[in-house]
Design a protein around this ligand. Structure first.
Ligand code: FMN
Length: 195
């Protein structure tokens, strides 16, 4: 049974090494539009997106991001493998009484899967120096900077593994990243919760 959405989901892996090929504006616009159309609790739609394609601003952002904690520092993007674009996901407290994190999950997944449908990879980064990022852009108090999405054409091909025990991604002798996921049999319950 052919299903493009499912195929894209299967292909998606976090990417932390990027080719320097420019990203087409059309892909950026469509990814942002996909985020805009994500489900939203009570439809508050409090998320906004700061798109950063300026190289000098990108150079300021990069040192404030933390990459791949389990294999640190081996998956920090090298000088020629840095993201080509960043999208900061902002939560505007003036648009909603609370920031429902489910909205962010839905929007970011729409965004990243749309990028991937164009062959473009992403790393969803929440480990960053928020104070510094706020300062760089002069971000007002009523915004929370939730995430920074690093975007670019993949220059690595992480491998999906199935593993009940180990949750830590790891690098092999060829510097290829392996990403374990728990098997379905561990996480799906039929009619009752099994032990
Ligand atoms: C909410 C969230 C925050 C994340 N933050 C970071 C981060 O700060 N730095 C990083 O390198 N990866 C980050 N990741 C990527 C995860 O490490 C990655 O999703 C996980 O290892 C599984 O790999 P996969 O995305 O290829 O399935 C984050 C992912 C999510 C969902």
């Amino acid at each position: 049974m052919e299903n493009n959405t499912y195929e894209t989901i299967l292909k998606r892996r976090t990417i932390r090494a990027f080719k320097q090929t420019p990203i087409p504006k059309k892909a950026i616009d469509m990814a942002l539009n996909a985020a805009r159309l994500a489900p939203s609790a009570a439809n508050y739609q409090f998320l906004e997106y700061l798109v950063i394609d300026d190289k000098s601003l990108q150079d300021k952002i990069f040192p404030n991001l933390r990459w791949a904690g389990y294999v640190k520092p081996k998956r920090d993007p090298g000088p020629n493998q840095r993201p080509r674009l960043y999208i900061a996901v902002l939560s505007n407290s003036q648009k909603s009484p609370k920031c429902n994190p489910r909205d962010i999950g839905a929007a970011v997944e729409n965004l990243t899967l749309t990028f991937l449908s164009f062959g473009i990879g992403c790393c969803w980064v929440v480990a960053f120096e928020e104070d510094v990022i706020r300062q760089i852009f002069g971000i007002a108090d009523y915004y929370m900077v939730d995430s920074i999405i690093a975007v670019g054409y993949p220059d690595e091909s992480p491998i999906l593994e199935t593993d009940s025990e180990n949750i830590k991604y790891w690098l092999d002798e060829n510097n290829q990243l392996h990403v374990p996921k728990r098997p379905l049999s561990d996480i799906v319950h039929l009619n009752k919760i099994k032990d």
